[in-house]
Ligand binder design. Structure first.
Ligand code: AMP
Length: 571
């Protein structure tokens, strides 16, 4: 299939602001994409050339593209750089300057970009520029526009994974049920390329057969929250209490000698934790498995240390030195597959039994502490002990029949109960930063406050909840541009909903997540979270707790969760 055909659709999508129109246009196109190309097409729609877990990085910033565009357009680099400064969108610059016949196939674009991603070592930057230049020479303006945006990782379409899955369901039938099956399969196999190709080749039957594969991460199961601890007993009969360790979630995969570690965002973090790899190798029996746990920093006596400590282990350099300086213990709590048997459909206590049979404990790897009970007083006691032990709170997990591992889902099989909920009724929220306001006074020259949003799962978009200006340390403030500016967008991202009153000085594509506390949710005409009739929800007195590099935007607090909290508190 020709790249131009895809670009024409991308342009049509970019022009529409209606989610439904976007979905329909995508569906019409996907229905006629050949099975050999549909996987690549879906990746490109999402602005990527591989799934997140594959760790394929083009390593190209606008700065690298400028010489490639200049050479392809036979212009001076200075002129291109100047234009980019004015337009702020490298795609528009390329479209303005490049005008060939447009002879690229999707396959050629995809394969060349993969070759570029694999180009490393000395001289690689020049090599990458050359390859890009040769692609650009074959581009019509519209192709140049989307190719350049794809390369820098900012397609500006506003079509997320959920929209693409809906479009696939429309294109290949199955209606609502089809969408449900596709989402379920995507949660187990978070590779849109495999999902699309399987659907095109084998239909929904093929989709329903997609299972856990070692080496390919499964989307993490998530927990609901309640506003009163007694609600836990109303939701589940057999309560499996576990400590809620305050660390980094790790999904361990092993096949033969090969071990992978994936983060909650499904990044491959194997190299960050040689100590966990070693512990897995020596302490977990089995030829192949997928096991989940929480890596927590510990001191020399084995006491648990807060989240900030384990976050220092997120590094590419000095890994061995930091492994010695900040040792961790992996507390394992789930088993998704064992020696070729998928266990996600099995009940929690069956999965736990498998862990108990398989794991040999040491100070580096342990089973999560657990208590199985039916009584609320036990739960409360377990919570108090967990807090004293340095945990964030507890996870109350359903131990009754029907307690499968719900990949990628925030269901009622797991409920979290945290310190903050118990002590002062303040809630914590994981919000996505979608904009910033310039600082004044002491904060002049930097950002003074951030516009934060929650995730609307139904519409696959981000709705604003608050303006966040407190809780930052001086170091946080200094680091904000470095953290955020790479996601800057000159126009309002299409998947962000904001009222004119809250319009920020700078927009960001929704990528960076932080955890905040707030005093109260109120109705507000200036925020859009869960809005109806122009009145949204706003969080009063928000305060930054910490950045959550381990979460991606779609794992932020959802509008459904907000609504549930309001219902509990105020009615
Ligand atoms: P939250 O990030 O507040 O939504 O809470 C869910 C997170 O708690 C999971 O993603 C895990 O990283 C973490 N966690 C800590 N201890 C456990 C446990 N025993 N079971 C499941 N998740 C846990």
């Amino acid at each position: 299939m020709r790249f131009l055909e895809l670009c024409n659709v991308l342009q049509a999508i970019e022009k529409t602001s209606s989610q439904l129109a976007m979905q329909d246009a995508l569906a019409r196109f996907l229905a006629r994409a050949p099975a050999t190309d549909i996987g690549m097409v879906c990746h490109i729609i999402l602005g990527e050339i591989a799934s997140e877990f594959e760790d394929v990085n083009l390593g190209i910033a606008e700065k690298t593209l400028i010489p490639a565009i200049a050479h392809a357009a036979l212009t001076e680099e200075k002129a291109i750089a100047g234009m980019f400064k004015k337009k702020g969108d490298i795609g528009l610059v390329a479209a303005d300057r490049i005008d060939s016949k447009g002879s690229l196939s999707i396959r050629e674009v995809f394969d060349t970009l993969h070759t570029i991603a694999n180009t490393t070592g000395s001289g690689s930057q020049a090599e990458k520029t050359k390859k890009l230049e040769s692609l650009l020479r074959k581009c019509s303006p519209i192709e140049a526009r989307y190719l350049c945006r794809l390369v820098v990782g900012n397609l500006r379409l506003g079509a997320g994974t959920m929209t693409t899955l809906s479009a696939l369901a429309i294109a290949y039938g199955g209606g609502k049920d089809g969408k449900f099956d596709l989402e379920a399969a995507y949660n187990i196999c978070p590779d849109i390329g495999i999902i699309a190709e399987t659907l095109a080749r084998k239909g929904l039957k093929g989709i329903r057969n997609i299972g856990v594969v070692v080496g390919r991460p499964v989307r993490s199961m998530l927990a609901q929250r309640v506003s009163d601890i007694s609600e836990i007993t109303a939701r589940m009969k057999t309560i499996v209490c576990e400590e809620k360790y305050d660390g980094e979630r790790v999904q361990v995969h092993k096949r033969g000698e090969r071990i992978w570690l994936f983060s909650r965002r499904m990044e491959d973090i194997t190299n960050q934790y040689p100590d966990i790899v070693e512990a897995v190798r020596t302490q977990i029996r089995g030829k192949s498995f997928v096991i989940e746990g929480e890596a927590v920093a510990v001191d020399s006596k084995g006491n648990l240390l807060p989240f900030q400590h384990v976050m220092q282990r997120r590094r590419k350099h000095d890994v061995a030195a930091y492994a010695a300086k900040i040792p961790v213990c992996l507390f394992v709590f789930d088993c998704l597959s064992y020696n070729g048997n998928t266990l996600i459909g099995a009940d929690l206590l069956v999965r736990r039994k498998q862990l108990e049979k398989t794991v040999k404990e040491s100070s580096r790897l342990k089973l999560a502490k657990q208590l199985v009970t039916t009584g609320l007083s036990d739960v409360e006691e377990f919570f108090n002990v967990s807090i004293e032990h340095g945990s964030e709170g507890i996870m109350a997990k359903k131990g009754d029949p029907g307690s499968a591992y719900q990949a990628g889902t925030r269901g009622w099989n797991w409920i979290k109960w945290k310190r903050e909920y118990a002590h002062n009724l303040r809630d914590t929220f994981d919000v996505v930063i979608v904009g910033a306001y310039r600082g004044r006074g002491k904060r002049a020259g930097g950002y003074g406050a951030l516009l934060c949003a929650v995730y609307n799962e139904h519409e696959d978009r981000y709705e604003t909840l608050c303006k966040l200006g407190s809780g930052f340390t001086d170091a946080d403030l200094v680091a904000l541009p470095k953290r955020l500016d790479r996601y800057m967008s000159l126009i309002q991202p299409k998947n962000v909903v904001c009222t004119p009153a809250m319009k920020p000085d700078v927009w960001f594509s929704p990528k960076v997540v932080c955890e905040i506390v707030g005093a109260e949710l109120t109705n507000s005409p200036i925020h859009t979270a869960s809005a109806s009739d122009g009145i949204g929800l706003a969080l009063r007195f928000p305060r930054l707790m910490r950045f959550r590099n381990d979460k991606d935007a779609s794992q932020a607090t959802t509008t459904d969760e907000l609504r549930a909290m309001v219902k509990k508190r105020f009615h």
